[in-house]
Design a protein around this ligand. Structure first.
Ligand SMILES: CC(C)(COP(=O)(O)OP(=O)(O)OC[C@H]1O[C@@H](n2cnc3c(N)ncnc32)[C@H](O)[C@@H]1OP(=O)(O)O)[C@@H](O)C(=O)NCCC(=O)NCCS
Length: 138
């Protein structure tokens, strides 16, 4: 992900996350940090993106999203697999993430990739919904 991708990334972000979408400033801030790694999948137009926070031997999946019209075709899994491989190559041995406890599609995606359920963080999000912490040994 480069700064010139941000207009399309943010358009997808608003479509998929609505009121909890990250602001443009949040994305600029993430791209500026050396301990972050963000990618886009594009076919001329951005279709999906995801990012990592790398603090070897630990890593966090910061976000992953697929444009509504491109969901359900394996793109989310491809972006996730790419992030996992990058974390491994950067010396990470453990990766974690937080996902809304009611986000069945995302939880299935992570479970299919081998993530296990670690714990629930109650009232974690601004709307007070719970987060499920998931983790995977790399
Ligand atoms: C979650 C998300 C990233 C998955 O990406 P995707 O490209 O649609 O998913 P894929 O086609 O790669 O499917 C991967 C797995 O996810 C699961 N999945 C995807 N869509 C699903 C749905 N609507 N319902 C249930 N499971 C679903 C499936 O288990 C699938 O595995 P399978 O092929 O064995 O059935 C995507 O739906 C998305 O962007 N959602 C909105 C943003 C979001 O919630 N991001 C995660 C925040 S933590």
């Amino acid at each position: 992900m480069r700064w010139w991708d941000l207009e399309q990334v943010i358009a997808i972000e608003i479509q998929v996350f609505g009121p909890t979408a990250w602001s443009p400033e949040s994305f600029w801030g993430e791209l500026a940090r050396a301990d972050r790694y963000y990618v886009v999948a594009d076919d001329g137009v951005v279709q999906a993106y995801g990012g990592l926070w790398i603090a070897a031997p630990d890593a966090d999946v910061q976000t992953i999203a697929v444009a509504p019209g491109a969901q359900g075709r394996g793109l989310g899994r491809r972006v996730l697999d790419h992030l996992l491989e990058h974390a491994r190559q950067d010396g990470c041995r453990r990766i974690q993430l937080e996902v809304r406890a009611d986000n069945d599609a995302a939880i299935r995606l992570y479970e299919n990739a081998g993530f296990g359920r670690v714990r629930v963080r109650q009232r974690y999000y601004p709307d007070l919904s719970d987060a499920l912490v998931m983790g995977l040994d790399l």
